[in-house]
Design a protein around this ligand. Structure first.
Ligand code: SF4
Ligand code: SF4
Length: 345
């Protein structure tokens, strides 16, 4: 059997022992960041070599997505003292992200468009150049997922080094880059048999069918532009708490602020960068105190217009990957799938 278009390179089989060997080999070159279970949640964190058996490939989306690896929620850019500035380096070893979901991989590609485009961010670009991406295809999508609407899952299509599908006690591994291919060749993993490949193709079709939440993306930017005064905006603004949790967990939200903090000696301090959110009232306040998004309804609109209209205008792609984290996290139960469906009723 020849592989279908989305499985265009040879697929190899790793049993439990060879999967462990693969992780240990990766750990010789890279720091390993992977999803692990902690306190009833799954989080993405850096693992020590003796924690590699904790990597979870079939876990729900991690609490925070991979963006935290490239841009930490808070980090120091430089320290200063009167007359001196000490820029801080990127301070990291090359890393491998292992077991990220296909939607999170797609989100990294969207962040690349933002951070390595016209206004290139050196810090981000440097970190992106030094990594190896191992995506874990989703066999059983989670209740809030709607990745198929944005072609971001449940199986990865491109721009990974390795894709792994845990199936019937084995790991079916596929290279998506020259680095991934070289890595698999060194390990000497056998290729799948025809029946294993057929199982993989069937698993992909089944996973796609299991994603039942959908966004109709036909003319979506136009639909939004025609519905600026739709009553749904006031309805969700009445429920929204402006907490910003939806944007913190979103893998494609990228806004940050930069602040100088002066020490009590009034001679020294540091410049810090921190995530921020368009849902927070101060976000849009400008000099002399004017705030074009003082009303909460303007802020809830901004979030969804940016994802489904402005991002598309700028980059030709939607700014959402359908991971469902915002739905899972919002205490007010605000769900983009539901909001966009209401605009079509
Ligand atoms: S998580 Fe929900 S309540 Fe909080 S800002 Fe986002 S939409 Fe509003
Ligand atoms: S808007 Fe929600 S579903 Fe879309 S990428 Fe962000 S967190 Fe995921």
């Amino acid at each position: 059997m020849s592989p279908p278009a989305q499985i265009a390179t040879a697929v190899r089989v790793a049993d439990e022992a060879s999967w462990g060997q693969l992780l240990r080999a990766l750990a010789q070159t890279y720091d390993i960041w992977a999803p692990v279970a902690e306190k009833n949640r799954v989080i993405l964190r850096c693992l020590s070599p003796d924690e590699l058996d904790q990597v979870k490939l079939d876990a729900p989306p991690t609490l925070l997505p991979a963006k935290k690896v490239y841009r930490a929620p808070e980090e120091t850019l430089l320290r200063f003292r009167k007359g001196e500035v000490e820029p801080l380096g990127n301070g990291q070893h090359p890393w491998a992200l292992v077991g990220i979901h296909p939607c999170d991989l797609r989100a990294i590609q969207l962040l690349d468009r933002v951070y390595t485009g016209f206004f290139a961010d050196e810090r981000y670009s440097h970190r992106r150049q030094q990594n190896f991406l191992v995506v874990a295809n989703c066999l059983q999508p989670f209740p809030h997922c709607f990745c198929t609407s944005f072609q971001s899952g449940p199986f990865a299509r491109k721009e990974y080094d390795l894709a792994v599908t845990p199936l019937f006690g084995r790991h079916l591994v596929q290279a998506g880059s020259a680095a991934g291919e070289a890595f698999l060749r060194v390990l000497g993993l056998p290729e799948t048999t025809g029946s294993e490949l057929a199982e993989l193709v069937a698993a992909q079709a089944q996973a796609e069918q299991a994603v039942t939440r959908k966004v109709n993306t036909d003319n979506l930017p136009r639909l939004l532009n025609m519905n600026v005064d739709h009553p749904v905006w006031d309805q969700i603004a009445d429920r929204c708490l402006s907490c910003g949790a939806c944007t913190a967990v979103c893998p494609t939200c990228y806004c940050f602020s930069v602040q100088d903090r002066l020490n009590l000696d009034l001679q020294s301090g540091e410049r810090r960068m921190a995530w921020t959110s368009c849902l927070i009232m101060e976000f849009s306040r400008v000099a002399l105190g004017h705030n074009p998004r003082h009303e909460r309804v303007a802020r809830v609109k901004q979030r969804l217009y940016h994802k489904f209209s402005y991002f598309n205008d700028q980059y030709g792609q939607f700014g959402c990957v359908g991971c469902g984290r915002c739905v899972d996290t919002c205490v007010a139960g605000i769900d983009p799938v539901e909001v966009l469906a209401q605009l079509r009723r």
